[in-house]
Design a protein around this ligand. Structure first.
Ligand SMILES: O=C(O)C(=O)C[C@H](O)C(=O)CO
Ligand SMILES: [Zn+2]
Length: 271
């Protein structure tokens, strides 16, 4: 099943109700047992999805909006296991993925299927082929940021980026917050050259993230549950705090792959 979301201009945000904001920017039902669910966003044409296979394997479909023979005909794909152990099969080769592990699948792979786990999918258009690569947290470049005093002690694991797994445009990693730390990405930022999508996970079922979005001086909030994704257009901040600690997958596509190419926002400039 695929849902198409069109792009939103920042001046549309002030008049939006909570329901309208959620229908534009929040993907609530990506993980449904026995299904591959996809959301095709016109923001930098990023496709996100969830594959919750169980014991019976699930194939990556090629939904009609792609108008392609197979999903990866003109695309690349990042996969992160946000559940327990599972496996992804790419053209007959099996890649085992534990919790928080990542698989980059290059353009041209024809048959992709999932077994077990809870696989989060992020795909961007691709102009050329790069090799399919599996990586665990120990292979990623860890960056420890924040502090206990700031309630934002966290580690950023970069998987697919300019100095890591090579891709055409996809940049992807996982951020894990320490117990007692609830804030992500504070101070916050925008990056006018890239769309970013956050998928929050490892959050207990009865807990929530208050995710802040919008222009820095015109923010709104989205109340987000476990395994839900937020689309951040290039003009939007993306940060939030949880009622408990959690982890999230961040992924970007767009004009460049320079992780540090951000417009930083001073906390005092937010409204
Ligand atoms: O914890 C953080 O800070 C992040 O993970 C920030 C994201 O990586 C990001 O927004 C990159 O542009
Ligand atoms: Zn960002």
């Amino acid at each position: 099943m695929v849902e198409v979301r069109y792009a939103t201009a920042p001046d549309q945000v002030p008049g939006m109700t909570t329901d309208r904001l959620r229908s534009r920017f929040l993907a609530e039902e990506l993980f449904v047992p026995g299904e591959v669910r996809l959301v095709y966003s016109h923001e930098d044409r990023i496709v996100v999805g969830g594959a919750l296979a169980g014991d019976t394997s699930l194939d990556l479909p090629c939904p009609d909006p792609l108008r392609a023979e197979y999903f990866l005909e003109r695309r690349e794909l990042g996969v992160v296991n946000v559940g327990d152990h599972g496996a992804v099969t790419v053209d007959g080769t099996v890649y085992e993925l534990g919790a928080k592990e990542c698989l980059y699948i290059g353009r041209g792979a024809r048959a992709v299927s999932f077994t077990g786990g809870a696989f989060y999918l992020v795909s961007t258009p691709a102009h050329t082929e790069h090799p399919t690569v599996r990586a665990g947290l120990e292979d990623a470049e860890p960056v420890r940021l924040g502090s206990q005093e700031g309630s934002n002690d966290r580690t950023i694991y970069k998987y697919i980026h300019a100095k890591g797994i090579q891709s055409c445009q996809l940049v992807l990693g996982v951020t894990v917050l320490e117990p007692g730390s609830m804030w992500n990405t504070m101070p916050c930022h925008t990056h006018e050259r890239r769309t970013e999508i956050y998928l929050y996970f490892d959050l207990p079922e009865d807990q929530r993230i208050v995710h802040l979005m919008g222009r820095p001086d015109e923010t709104r909030n989205l109340i987000v549950a476990d395994r839900q994704a937020v689309i951040s257009p290039s003009w939007s901040v993306h940060c939030g705090f949880g009622t408990r600690n959690y982890a999230f997958v961040w992924a970007m596509g767009g004009e460049n792959q320079a992780y540090d190419d951000m417009e930083q926002v001073a906390i005092g400039a937010m409204r």
